[in-house]
Design a protein around this ligand. Structure first.
Ligand SMILES: [Zn+2]
Ligand SMILES: [Zn+2]
Length: 188
């Protein structure tokens, strides 16, 4: 079991993955509009064909070691995914579902020192082809892995170990801030 460390840009918020291995999640690259907009919102440049590296894993695999008070929560729309960031230096860190009983999350791999333990990228989703059409590679594997992991967390009760929610109330540990509608859009 390796514990892979991650950190915000300024180093105030740090943490680690309990199990950083291909069996604990899926190493993927997401090219979707919202993932790209999130990085643009935090002024992180991306090339036109560049996606966002993610490790999809259960929340109980994510441990925050320092700077928990800087954990902030952003949504691109009132119904959007939870997008967690470090408020000390505006570093996007994680994505998660909006309720603890759907124990699904992903860690942005750009904040990790080393992504080798995660294994190779097994899926690339929302990739734009030369004709402008989006296509997915390895989507079936990503969805199957997610269902297996979230199902197991529900059965074992591990869903209760989450850095994102108060499991008694179901409320997120930070108050979500809805980003402006044009946040991170091209030309804004
Ligand atoms: Zn920071
Ligand atoms: Zn995405």
């Amino acid at each position: 079991m390796s514990d892979l460390r991650f950190s915000c840009t300024c180093g105030a918020l740090t943490g680690h993955l309990m199990d950083a291995s291909p069996r604990a999640g899926a190493h993927a690259i997401c090219h979707c509009e919202d993932c790209r907009r999130t990085l643009a919102y935090y002024n992180i440049p991306l090339a036109a064909d560049e996606g966002v590296g993610l490790f999809q894993t259960n929340p109980d695999n994510i441990r925050i070691d320092t700077g928990r008070r800087y954990l902030g929560l952003m949504r691109l729309s009132p119904r959007g995914l939870f997008r967690w960031y470090a408020s000390c230096c505006n570093t996007p860190l994680f994505n998660s579902s909006t309720r603890p009983r759907f124990p699904f999350s992903s860690v942005l791999t750009r904040n990790m020192i080393d992504t080798d333990p995660l294994g190779p990228v097994v899926g690339q989703v929302f990739k734009r082809g030369p004709n402008g059409k989006t296509r997915h590679e390895g989507m079936g594997r990503l969805v199957a892995g997610m269902m297996l992991r979230t199902g197991s967390a529900l059965v074992t009760g591990k869903w209760r170990q989450t850095p994102f929610f108060n499991v008694e109330t179901g409320e997120p540990v930070a108050t979500p801030v809805i980003a402006p509608r044009d946040a991170g859009r091209a030309g804004s």
